[in-house]
Write a new protein. Structure first.
Length: 146
């Protein structure tokens, strides 16, 4: 089964691809959010290109596990946008994924958020965060996949 992992933010969406056969998530791209139609069009292209069966969307819970305003906004947006693509959505706890993404970027010797320059460089963490979310999901479900 093929998955697209999304880290949905107010301005950008980090995108990662994963395959249950490989149990590996890979950062793919970052989508600058536009109109609803634009976002659906771009995500539809990823669905087609990667033959995506499901979306795994990071759910930004509070540290105590409760859902705040940001989680509600992500749910509303994901249900609307991903629903238009007629694919199931799995919401996955994304607590501490930004820190994990930062650690991975440092380990890969990517520039820090403070020293990065250029649009593409600023978005590296968003795609890595999407991969962290998706990898966490794949790791937790590994033996359950056919």
């Amino acid at each position: 089964m093929k998955f697209l992992g999304l880290d949905i933010g107010e301005r950008r969406i980090g995108i990662a691809f994963g395959d249950s056969a490989l149990l590996l998530a890979t950062p793919v791209d970052v989508l600058e959010r536009g109109t609803f139609e634009q976002d659906v069009r771009v995500l539809a292209e990823f669905v087609r290109r990667f033959e995506v069966a499901r979306f795994v969307v990071g759910l930004p819970r509070n540290m105590d596990g409760t859902q705040g305003a940001q989680a509600e906004a992500v749910i509303a947006y994901a249900v609307q946008v991903v629903g238009a693509l007629d694919r199931p959505i799995i919401f996955w706890d994304e607590r501490l994924t930004t820190e994990e993404a930062s650690q991975r970027a440092r380990a890969a010797e990517l520039p820090s958020r403070r020293t990065r320059r250029g649009k593409r460089a600023r978005h590296v963490l968003d795609a890595i965060a999407a991969a962290v979310i998706l990898q966490d999901f794949l790791d937790s479900k590994g033996s359950e996949f056919p």
